[in-house]
Ligand binder design. Structure first.
Ligand code: GLY
Length: 365
């Protein structure tokens, strides 16, 4: 078992990483919220594998449960669906001391966290992430939200969970493509501020591909530790937390261009490499670093070009740049980029010419 603390004064919480953790979650509810109902929000795919087992432990401790199953996928991150589920919970007489458990990936976590932050002016919620992406990134740090036609997560809140319970064993039921897409976020942490971690990941790539339990526990704990430090310093993303958006300015533009018919983690993979390439073009870092990352991505079968994401798309640099202009992270007319001086040395760059951005994108057609 590994524990990581997210220190945010009265909103501090623990992340617990342990195989077969479901009974611990139910025991936590029994010991802390005995008189409350456990509202479990999950999606159809996750429910198929885990809901029976998960609920059985709450039954064992005689805790009352209510299960809400949403459709898998980004389409569920919709204000109207949040409203529908809120009406359902209000009709079932939800109380302010009831606790929401988000059992699933990033969509379930973002959706449930947002719902928890507004229902009855906010009730407690616990993250139980079951995908690699949600275990290393989205379940930690309190970003919640739903999508709009203009873009992803444009309606939302910063609302911290009361605890995060991570079971690395749940990765076994995850399709390999989804697992590897989530791995892009792991790689992101190493590129931001830990070259040693990157070299260790590279050394262990075969064990990563086979989802080796010891290695995955190590990776999840390390990423959560890194995220906890960043969130403690800058919870509301005023500056330092922006480093976590490495590769994401490009990735969000790519996702929008493909009408979100691409895995977020796969777009992040190409986005990371684009950020690296832009750093090379601006002479901030060298080609050796770019190639180290690219070769590592290829070993893990991660996409490294736009055509890998969709060979039928007519890619257009200007259109991708337009998409970047509408990113919510933009605070003035300049597009912010997270760039690299080295692997493990990321920084925020406010001034990049459109010409250099175009040149970068065109290298990935
Ligand atoms: N996923 C980036 C962040 O939580 O800030």
């Amino acid at each position: 078992m590994k524990t990581v603390k997210v220190s945010l004064k009265e909103r501090s919480y623990k992340i617990i990483i342990k195989n077969n953790i479901f009974e611990d979650v139910a025991y936590y509810h029994f010991s802390k919220h005995k008189k409350s109902r456990a509202i479990i929000i999950t999606d159809k795919n996750v429910a198929k594998y885990y809901i029976k087992n998960f609920v059985s432990f709450f039954n064992k401790y005689k805790s009352e449960t209510l299960v809400v199953v949403i459709k898998p996928g980004e389409k569920s991150k919709d204000l109207l669906i949040v409203k529908k589920i809120i009406e359902k919970l209000l009709n079932s007489n939800i109380k302010r001391n009831d606790v929401i458990y988000a059992l699933g990936g990033g969509v379930v976590g973002d959706f449930s966290g947002f719902l928890a932050s507004i229902i009855l002016r906010g009730i407690k919620f616990i993250q139980v992430p079951t995908t690699l992406l949600s275990q290393v990134d989205s379940s930690v740090g309190g970003k919640t939200g739903v999508n709009t036609k203009t873009g992803k997560n444009l309606i939302g809140s910063f609302y911290q969970p009361s605890a995060v319970f991570i079971d690395p064993n749940t990765l076994r039921s995850l399709p390999q493509k989804e697992f590897l897409a989530g791995y892009s976020e792991v790689l992101k942490y190493s590129i931001i501020n830990d070259k040693k971690f990157f070299l260790w990941l590279d050394l262990n790539y075969k064990k990563i591909i086979s989802k080796n339990s010891k290695i995955m526990t190590e990776i999840i704990a390390n990423c959560c530790k890194k995220k906890a430090i960043i969130v403690k310093k800058d919870e509301k993303e005023l500056n330092y937390r922006m480093l976590l958006n490495l590769g994401h300015t490009f990735a969000h533009a790519i996702e929008k261009e493909l009408n979100y018919k691409v895995k977020h983690g796969e777009a992040v993979s190409v986005g990371l490499l684009m950020a690296m390439k832009l750093s090379v073009l601006l002479e901030k870092t060298n080609c050796i670093n770019f190639n180290l990352i690219k070769v590592h991505m290829k070993k893990l079968n991660l996409p490294t070009t736009l055509n890998c994401l969709n060979p039928n798309q007519k890619w257009n640099a200007k259109s991708l740049i337009r998409n970047m202009q509408s990113d919510k992270k933009k605070v003035d007319k300049n597009i912010k980029f997270i760039l690299l001086n080295d692997i493990g040395k990321a920084y925020i760059e406010n001034h990049v010419s459109n010409e250099k951005i175009q040149l970068t994108i065109k290298e990935f057609f």
